[in-house]
Ligand binder design. Sequence first.
Ligand SMILES: [Zn+2]
Ligand SMILES: [Zn+2]
Length: 328
Amino acid sequence: MMGLNREKCTTCERDGVVVVRPYSGERLCRSCFLQNFERRVQKTITKYDMLREDDRIAVALSGGKDSLTLLRVLVKIERRFPKASVVAITVDEGIPGYREEALENARRACEELRVEQVVITFEEAFGFTASEAVEGGYADELRLGACSVCGVLRRKAIELGAMRAGATVIATAHTLDDIVQTYLMNALRGDLNHPPIGLRRDGTGALPRVAPLRLTPEREVILYAYYSGIPMQEVECPYSSGSQRSLIRSFLNEFEERYPGSLYAALRSLENLLNRSRGSDFERGTCRLCGLPSGQDLCRSCEIVSSIVNLKAERLRRVPAVLQTAFT
Ligand SMILES: [Zn+2]
Ligand SMILES: [Zn+2]
């Protein structure tokens, strides 16, 4: 799919097709694809009324190809709106040997695109790193997968970083694939009582979140990144294997390959189901500790953080008194 071939581009009718879209029959040359990709992001933003002309947009920038792509496209779009601004929020979860490369890619992209960057670490926000939560056995003790702990805390850290940067909205790089995966995971858990992902909801008490890539398949993000020189990290997170999401992902990939268009169909039908339960409010109260919206007394991230902090303190108490001075 990635090599040039002799077919003609269905848009400009020149040679050199680099992208074939099985779900629409389009065949695009490099420059038509890049343009079309950016236009689709713009259309998605307009279609769902995601951004306002004077927004301060916090882009959740992990440094992976998806978020680097989103940042690049949003910066281009934002240039047409003089009252809007973009700031990147990068979370350093603290996973040595894995995160350094992407963190460096994030830093370089901000420098190149002249975007202000706020970096926030798990350590400063919560008092422990992701590695400590997993390798210290805390995630296990809480009977949570590494990805759940990391995912919930990353979301919170992005919120904190965006608030610090004075943002009015958070843009995340969730793709069509990511969103359908999450909907399916929720559905398989019997839980459809969630608001649609990546659609702006103002006035909830938290910053609204939008996903401008929600109508873009992951495969095309990879191609966009490839053809515009965005670095792609090869190393996988050491803690990610065997997660629920990777099972669903491989199922959906295989299905989409055999039946092109399935991802769009799944997004539409799952969102119709969600819309039916939309009348109920999702977060009824606020978290006692952080004040963000929560259906429970404590929000999920405060629950996880306080459990880990308590477990740590408990372990420290079990250390013989004579050794304790070494820890303090
Ligand atoms: Zn073309
Ligand atoms: Zn909280």
